[in-house]
Design a protein around this ligand. Structure first.
Ligand code: GAF
Length: 385
């Protein structure tokens, strides 16, 4: 069995810095059940946390330097708590770490010297939010180390999003960080991405969540993601609205002739996905898996045809899982798109059939068996020590 992320981070801290960490913070990755590309349009999402995450072990250090090591990458960095972004190496992980320190510092939180070791087990490049889990775990570790009592979980999520937007260069919304920070075990989180209100939705105990990685790497995902954001903003501007959340389907259809076709279809995805996501939170809370399945199928079709973020192997995987699951339960691509994972929600009794069908009928583009993860909805970020 693999040691947990927290145990790996602790062990790396002890080996590297020669003493026990004062705190270990852990934050999970997530899978989104429905509500894709709606978060940055002030819309609705329904993700849950998964049983994989990132741990940050932290301890005191005299002076102003924060020394940090990424145990899984055998890579190190050292920066001033007073000017975290000065001479930042062009490495994604260091931008996340320094970016989080910079955002907290710019928000008025006092940081000073510290030692940190990081380890995570979220599958990389799978669309399961390894970055968000890193940002949130860092926020919680820095809060514990420096006694930042005013820093609440929602604020940690917002800081992690800001660090990604400003210092990593990814224009992501708030979904991933917020569910990593605030998830509850056994529940999905219905999130209003405008008010940031969250409503836990219990997942019935006889229902399973299955994640299958298509094996398609999410190449060019960042620039395509930013293009989609831009196209949504174009339509928002067309209506002089605050966000696409405020544009109704009738209103959008009435303007079809006056909006370029691509932009129209992007907006139609977002507007209809918001309605599906609210309906899905309702269906899940009633344990209505056939309605869930119907909404997830519509969501996938909309991502494929209107938002154009699926790829052929992902579409194939969704079709084969849907026929293994049948009408009680659903499956769709999950996350930002252009590869990555699909998520299925199904009765536990169907789980072994669904897994067998994937193993029998699906191969990743390099010919291997795909990564299959059966998960329960996990709890959100927490201090382990
Ligand atoms: C990525 C982003 F980080 C999220 O904010 C969200 O927009 C998602 O893609 C698409 O729903 O995970």
């Amino acid at each position: 069995m693999h040691p947990s992320a927290a145990e790996n981070a602790r062990r790396a801290f002890v080996e590297h810095f020669g003493n026990e960490p004062a705190h270990i913070a852990y934050a999970p990755g997530r899978v989104n059940l429905i509500g894709e590309h709606t978060d940055y349009n002030d819309g609705f999402v329904l993700p849950c946390a998964i049983g994989f995450g990132t741990a940050v072990a932290i301890g005191p250090k005299l002076g102003d330097l924060i020394d940090v090591m990424a145990a899984d990458l055998a890579s190190e960095d050292s920066f001033s708590a007073d000017s975290p972004m000065a001479d930042c190496p062009d490495l994604e992980w260091t931008k996340h770490v320094r970016g989080m320190a910079a955002v907290l510092r710019d928000s008025g939180y006092q940081l000073s010297g510290a030692n940190m070791a990081i380890s995570g087990n979220v599958p990389q490049g799978a669309g399961l939010s390894s970055s968000a889990s890193l940002g949130v775990a860092l926020g919680l570790a820095l809060k514990a180390q420096f006694g930042l009592d005013a820093l609440g979980m929602v604020e940690i999520a917002l800081a992690a999003q800001r660090a990604e937007n400003v210092h990593v260069g990814c224009a992501c919304g708030i979904m991933d960080q917020l569910v990593s920070a605030c998830a509850q075990e056994g529940r999905a989180l219905s999130i209003d991405c405008r008010s940031l209100e969250t409503l836990p939705v219990a997942i019935p105990s006889d229902v399973s969540i299955l994640i299958v990685h298509s094996g398609v790497r999410r190449e060019l995902a960042e620039s395509a993601y930013n293009d989609r954001r831009q196209q949504c903003d174009d339509v928002t501007r067309h209506f002089s609205a605050k966000a696409l959340r405020d544009v109704g389907l009738d209103q959008l259809l009435a303007e079809k002739q006056n909006i370029p076709d691509v932009q129209f279809r992007r907006a139609r995805h977002v507007v209809t996905e918001n309605a599906r996501t609210l309906a899905a939170a309702n269906a899940l809370s009633r344990g209505d898996l056939s309605e869930m399945g119907r909404l997830m199928a519509q969501s996938h079709d909309s991502m494929r045809d209107d938002f154009e973020i699926t790829v052929e192997p992902v579409d194939r995987l969704v079709a084969l899982l849907q026929s293994a699951i049948g009408p009680e339960g659903g499956v769709r691509m999950t996350g930002g798109g252009f590869g990555g994972c699909v998520v299925a929600i199904l009765p536990q009794a169907k789980l072994s059939d669904a897994i067998a069908a994937v193993k029998r009928d699906y191969r990743t583009p390099d010919g291997s068996e795909p990564l299959i993860i059966e998960t329960q909805a996990a709890g959100g970020a927490r201090l382990i020590v």
